[in-house]
Ligand binder design. Structure first.
Ligand SMILES: Nc1ncnc2c1ncn2[C@@H]1O[C@H](COP(=O)(O)OP(=O)(O)OP(=O)(O)O)[C@@H](O)[C@H]1O
Ligand SMILES: [Mg+2]
Length: 341
């Protein structure tokens, strides 16, 4: 038997953490446990209202904790003020001061700490240079593009030399093109700086592109923690399979399974093995064609499934709406789903 690998050092450890905003209301965060490895990129992911921002704000010290503990580098920070935690937060709107230059925005927290003007401006300019904003250091936020403002916001968060950077939907104010560009930059900065990033998003694609570790939340609890590859290929339950997308949830005698829609096998022959299904939809997507199908013998909530075919495979047998086909899958591509107790 292999020796159990030691757990990587945790930058952030959350123990039985709960938040209830008002007595008698459901918990916004319900007794969650989580270890975030030092120097890793962690994404908290889940639908609106599932408790992502509440969790992040409790780590930052911007929200009180109802019960449980938060540790940073083995130090219990649960009741420390935000400025003493070793964390920094970057917000969705960047929240830059409009009347201050980029340099003064970045230097602001050092000014509050009483650092002299020459010293704080030097450190601010160094950091701006590091995020490729040195040449625009004297501009005000209104004179900068969205992506440039984001870099100023990042430099401002980093000037306090945090161990952990907390980012709440940091890309949502950007247009789709810039969002993808800035996402690559965030990832690069995180690796370069060697810091721990905890990034909240409701975009599966963004989380998969960025995260070493993804944390999928729902109704204040954690449904699954793992690498993007683990979670995409082995969703723990129906919620995760459906939330990640690209999966079919199918009832079998042994219980529900998830099968990736690009792993489904489709046969036109009505005598072939497999589940009978009618094609309801054919959607051309360039590299792929997405077929929508209705299973003939399935419960209503499990009836709709999809099959993703490569363009060449589709052209070789161009299925049409209304056709009845047979669906199957390789045993190895079926992922058993946990059923709620
Ligand atoms: N200040 C508050 N007072 C009362 N309830 C709150 C407060 N902030 C959040 N909530 C509630 O707590 C729950 C979790 O909210 P939270 O903001 O953490 O969700 P989220 O996952 O960040 O959602 P979104 O993706 O929409 O930002 C929601 O039901 C929300 O209505
Ligand atoms: Mg939120």
């Amino acid at each position: 038997m292999n020796a159990v690998a030691p757990l990587p050092p945790a930058a952030v450890e959350i123990v039985a953490l709960s938040k209830r905003y008002a007595p008698g209301t459901p918990a916004a965060v319900d007794a969650i446990d989580l270890r975030i490895a030092s120097g890793s990129y962690c994404c908290l992911l889940g639908p609106s209202g599932c408790g992502k921002s509440t969790t992040l704000r409790m780590i930052a010290g911007h929200e009180s904790v109802t019960s449980g503990d938060i540790l940073l580098d083995n130090r219990n920070i649960t009741n420390l003020p935000a400025a003493m935690r070793g964390t920094a937060m970057m917000f969705q709107s960047f929240a830059l001061f409009p009347h201050l230059s980029a340099t003064d925005n970045v230097a602001f927290s050092l000014k509050m700490k009483g650092v002299g003007k020459a010293e704080r401006q030097k450190r601010a300019r160094d950091l701006l240079a590091r995020v490729a904003m040195g040449h625009l250091a004297e501009r005000k936020p209104g004179e900068l593009s969205g992506g440039q403002q984001q870099r100023v916001a990042l430099a401002r968060a980093l000037i306090t030399e945090p161990r952990v950077l907390l980012l709440d939907e940091p890309l949502s104010a950007l247009d789709p093109f810039l969002r993808i560009q800035m996402r690559a930059e965030l990832r690069r900065w995180q690796k370069e700086l060697g810091l721990t990033f905890v990034h909240v998003t409701h975009s599966q694609e963004e989380a998969m592109a960025l995260a070493d570790t993804m944390v999928v939340m729902n109704h204040g609890v954690i449904e699954q923690v793992g690498s993007p590859h683990e979670i995409y290929n082995h969703p723990a339950n129906e919620f995760v399979a459906r939330f990640m997308g690209g999966h079919n949830v199918i009832d079998t005698p042994a219980g529900p399974i998830a099968v990736r829609n690009d792993h489904m096998r489709i046969a036109a022959d009505s005598q072939a093995d497999g589940l009978a299904a009618a094609i309801t939809d054919v959607e051309y997507q360039g590299t792929y064609v997405l077929l929508g199908l209705a299973l003939e013998a399935a419960a209503p909530e499990r009836r709709n499934v999809s099959v993703l075919l490569g363009e060449a495979a589709f052209l070789a047998s161009p299925y049409a709406q209304g056709e009845t086909v047979r669906l199957s899958w390789a045993e190895a591509d079926a992922c058993a789903l946990a059923v709620a107790p």
